[in-house]
Design a protein around this ligand. Structure first.
Ligand SMILES: CC(=O)SCCNC(=O)CCNC(=O)[C@H](O)C(C)(C)COP(=O)(O)OP(=O)(O)OC[C@H]1O[C@@H](n2cnc3c(N)ncnc32)[C@H](O)[C@@H]1OP(=O)(O)O
Ligand SMILES: CC(C)C(=O)C(=O)O
Length: 592
């Protein structure tokens, strides 16, 4: 037998479909010169232990928004914006903040000075400043910290073979010596200028990821020899994935190996500083923490060189979603986002984890349905436990955290477009417009909305959804319009006298039944309308003096095998009027 589907003639004889054997599709070689790229050679660490570790507490955080973040902006922050960013970081709870590269520019230098002279740095916050391993730059860097309660000088030099050969043109010995010499210059400068400052030191073998790990350890051991860390003299050793080179597990192996083999591990704070070149900066950082690191450097929303530094917001909220306190306040994430957008002049993308516009939003029908059921389940649980819904243990389909916890509202959770099903629309009609549509009416209304989205495209806002519902179910007055009724009820049933306009003509109808709906159905027979009520539901919409009620009626309309099912809806302060309006609505829809 043949049939036509969308203009295509198809043979629909009932034969078994031909199934596909398990094969790999034949993919075509790309035209790109991939052979130019040399695969990363990972460290061999077969007895790694990090894969079975868990992160059970927040690391020490350092925000480098004002340094790595700022140095990568098209328009670096003005002093005013830097200050706003600094104040935000302090308010959120960051205790270590890298505030600039004071030897690079007068602006950076002046900013550090202004924080100190304005007394803008709380007692428990340590600022840090970055410098190359050059004596003049270190001298200027140390001067920038004079008068601070606490300060860290952060020194770096590149240790990777490519950088030694191409950028610095130095041997391994000279590279190791530069790190040691730089440390001595820092000690000297600190002694010269920073007698009153609680002073700390951080060293970074830049491009740690691209450096043979044994050589990175050798360089750091040289720095350790000079600095002599002990219980009273901390050294922060920061191991940057300056460029992300490979899968995140390779970084974790490097960190575990480093921690096992570096000298005086117990007096070091091992710090991670990841970039996101391969898009796995978050994963690399988390695995690096499992591998034994103590501290994390990054930027809010992943600002920073190229693809950015690791995103501190995502890292913090990933911890939060596992029941671990990030020790940072993300409870007004929109405010954090607005401030960062203002300071950086860059927008946070709509799909940025936790903070993007769309991350707590479901458009597709099955997601909306599951979320709606999940939220209802939480409400029921809260009622059973006699607590507020925001106090019950969070478990909701598709939503890793409760949007409410980061200051987002549920209203934005469900949004409607052509991919949406009945669940989403029902959710919005209930939460925004207080209409609890019966399930089969939800299905019917969903088809009405789909017809709208197919025709118009785009998203349907909650207000538009109400308009569509109102046009379809509440506002039709043709061919039938009610003009008032009187009723009597007694032992022998319910009697209704109703005035209507039908096709523009006023008519008086009378009907009898066991209630207003059946009496009106009876009355409508006089107009030739054959109506059979299949289902009926009603509920209060509001309470108080101006209370409104909603009624919904499902009717089979027509006769002699030519009937169809229509829902009608009515809203009125009087529930009987609401139910009669619902019948009028169904009849008018059947004639449309
Ligand atoms: C991975 C990072 O994010 S590192 C931080 C990057 N941030 C910045 O660079 C801040 C802004 N920088 C600047 O304003 C300037 O680069 C300054 C002021 C620091 C230095 O300026 P200049 O002296 O003009 O040098 P320039 O900008 O060309 O830097 C390259 C020179 O620094 C040397 N250099 C680079 N890094 C280091 C280092 N960590 N230690 C010592 N020397 C270094 C290079 O070898 C090169 O030297 P060469 O000129 O002898 O070949
Ligand atoms: C200076 C260091 C820590 C750095 O920014 C990097 O290597 O990315």
């Amino acid at each position: 037998m043949t049939t036509t589907v969308d203009g295509v003639e198809a043979d629909v004889r009932s034969t078994k479909p031909r199934t596909r054997p398990q094969t790999r599709p034949v993919q075509q070689p790309s035209p790109m010169p991939f052979q130019r790229y040399v695969p990363f050679r990972p460290l061999d660490l077969p007895d790694r232990t990090w894969p079975s570790k868990r992160i059970t507490r927040a690391p020490r955080w350092l925000s480098t928004d004002l340094r790595d973040g700022n140095q990568a902006l098209i328009d670096p922050m003005t002093p005013g914006r830097k200050r706003k960013m600094f104040d935000l970081l302090v308010k959120m709870g960051y205790k270590e903040i890298e505030v600039g590269f004071p030897s690079a520019s007068q602006t950076d230098y002046d900013f550090v000075r202004s924080l100190i002279t304005d007394d803008a740095i709380p007692d428990d916050v340590t600022i840090s400043v970055l410098t190359q391993a050059r004596p003049d730059l270190i001298d200027k860097t140390a001067q920038s910290l004079i008068g601070a309660r606490r300060g860290t000088i952060h020194l770096y030099n590149a240790t990777a073979e490519l950088f030694r050969r191409v950028v610095f043109r130095v041997s391994e010995d000279e590279c190791r010596e530069l790190a040691k010499q730089g440390t001595r210059w820092v000690v000297d400068a600190a002694e010269k200028y920073l007698g009153e400052v609680e002073f700390g030191y951080e060293y970074s073998p830049e491009i740690f990821t691209q450096t043979p790990t044994d050589f990175a350890i050798e360089v750091c051991n040289g720095v350790i020899d000079v600095w002599q860390p002990d219980a009273e003299r901390e050294l922060i050793v920061n191991l940057p994935a300056t460029v992300e080179m490979s899968t995140p597990n390779t970084y974790a192996d490097q960190i575990e190996y480093f921690c096992r083999n570096v000298d005086r591990r117990e007096h070091l704070c091992v710090s991670l500083h990841t970039h996101n070149d391969r898009g796995t900066g978050i994963a690399a950082t988390e695995l690096g923490l499992m591998a034994g690191a103590d501290r994390v450097e990054g930027c809010l929303f992943g600002h920073g060189e190229r693809t950015g530094n690791v995103d501190l917001v995502t890292l913090g909220l990933n911890l939060y979603s596992q029941g671990v306190d990030p020790m940072i306040d993300f409870s007004d994430l929109d405010e954090v986002r607005r401030t960062v957008e203002y300071c950086t002049g860059m927008l946070v993308p709509a799909r940025q984890p936790y903070s993007g516009d769309l991350v707590y939003t479901a458009f597709s029908g099955s997601h909306q349905d599951a979320i709606k059921k999940g939220l209802e389940d939480l409400e029921a649980k809260a009622a059973r436990e006699h607590v507020a819904v925001h106090e019950v243990a969070w478990q909701a389909p598709y939503l890793p955290i409760d949007p409410h916890d980061v200051g987002r509202t549920y209203e934005a959770v469900i949004r409607v477009n052509s991919q949406s099903g009945k669940g989403g629309m029902a959710y919005l009609m209930k939460t925004d417009h207080k209409l609890a549509l019966p399930r089969r009416l939800q299905m019917e209304f969903s088809r009405v909305v789909q017809a709208h989205t197919d025709a118009e495209g785009g998203e349907v806002t909650s207000d538009q959804l109400w308009q569509i519902f109102s046009d379809e179910y509440l506002s039709r007055t043709s061919p039938l319009q009610g003009r008032g009724f009187t009723s009597e009820s007694g032992d022998d049933g319910f009697r209704l006298n109703v005035k209507v306009d039908y096709n523009g003509k006023q008519t008086q109808l009378t009907g009898e039944g066991n209630g207003p709906v059946s009496a009106f159905v009876d009355a409508l027979a006089a107009l030739g309308a054959h109506v059979r009520v299949l289902d009926y539901a009603e509920h209060a919409l509001t309470s108080g003096g101006d209370a409104q009620a909603a009624a919904y009626v499902e009717c089979e309309i027509g006769e002699n095998g030519d009937s169809q099912v229509f829902w009608g809806a009515g809203i009125d302060p009087d529930i009987t009027t609401a139910s009669l309006k619902a019948l009028v609505s169904a009849v008018n829809r059947s004639k449309a």
